[in-house]
Write a protein that binds this ligand. Structure first.
Ligand code: PXL
Length: 293
């Protein structure tokens, strides 16, 4: 049949909605929409702002509402090309996401991407508990792709955060993370030896290949860059890119966002100026930056 019942790819995006500060759904939706992918948000919580650099934020836990949303989606017999989870609000929510994956990826045609949002810069985010770290390990085991930053990789592996980690050690970490379940492991925010560059390292179990991309380090911490990176990975893989193409595209996009933002003087906690560079997502990737290591 020529007319398709589902004309574009569809993602169930399980993240919070933070009203101000550009993170989670406020970056996931524009990025994936720009990549011609339909986003169906399953919100985990509503916050006045994200938690990175703001205090006294409001936090509405949506655990019970998530169950209602999911049961309606089941009644509608919805199907998704990908399930993509990020910031989760409680241990109970991690169980809900695992059940969601079990139910909605029965035919094994659904790409499951877990961004194990736990912390950054060696520390857990304010709302993340030790119990959530433990449960996140279980959720990771149900995924095809994970995108931890270096801090999150340490928490998932019970390793100490050390910015001076060697490449050989990182290779073993990538494999150990993949042994937990996911076929593709992408670790972001890895400083290189000189600390003047920052890298993304990836492992693909099927081909037993390691990929690396490094970029000049911009000394600035804008919350939401991890969410932007993972969203581009989801969009690229759904659009048929290979793993190195996807990391190339995601790295170029985040680095363009950082450069666009760094030229302005405003509080970094307000996040990257995503809107200024969204249209670059559809430019062809030059595929000149990745290395095999
Ligand atoms: O960008 C990750 C993220 C997502 N959601 C919330 C956060 C953060 C990071 O600080 O606070 C609410």
């Amino acid at each position: 049949m020529y007319l398709k019942e589902k004309p574009i790819k569809r993602v169930a995006a399980i993240h919070d909605l933070s009203g101000f500060g550009k993170a989670s759904l406020t970056v996931v939706i524009p990025i994936l929409s720009s990549m011609e992918i339909q986003v169906c948000p399953l919100p985990t919580a509503i916050l006045s702002t994200h938690t990175g650099g703001f205090e006294d934020y409001s936090f509405l836990d949506l655990t019970d509402n998530m169950k209602d949303i999911i049961s309606h989606w089941k009644k509608l017999d919805l199907s998704f090309d990908a399930i993509y989870s990020g910031f989760l609000g409680s241990e109970k929510q991690i169980d809900i996401v695992m059940e969601f994956i079990q139910y909605f990826s029965q035919k094994n045609e659904t790409l499951v991407v877990v961004d194990p949002v736990l912390g950054d810069d060696g520390r857990l985010y304010a709302t993340i508990t030790e119990g959530m770290v433990k449960d996140m390990k279980k959720l990771v085991s149900k995924s095809h792709v994970i995108t931890p930053n270096l801090t999150e990789a340490c928490f998932l592996l019970d390793e100490k955060y050390d910015q001076d980690i060697s490449e050989e050690m990182l290779k073993s970490w990538l494999k150990r993370l993949s042994d937990m379940g996911p076929e593709i492991v992408i670790i972001t925010s890895v400083p290189d030896e000189s600390k003047s560059k920052i890298g993304v390292l990836a492992y693909e179990r099927t081909n037993n290949r390691f990929w690396k991309i490094t970029n000049n380090y911009i000394k600035a911490l804008y919350p939401g860059t991890g969410d932007s990176f993972a969203s581009v990975i989801v969009g690229s893989l759904l659009n048929g890119d290979s793993v190195p193409m996807a990391i190339d595209r995601a790295t170029q996009f985040v680095s363009t966002c950082l450069k666009a933002s760094y030229g302005y003087k405003y509080p970094q906690r307000e996040g990257i100026l995503l809107e200024k560079v969204l249209d670059t997502l559809n430019a062809p990737t030059l595929l000149q930056s990745y290395e095999i290591f």
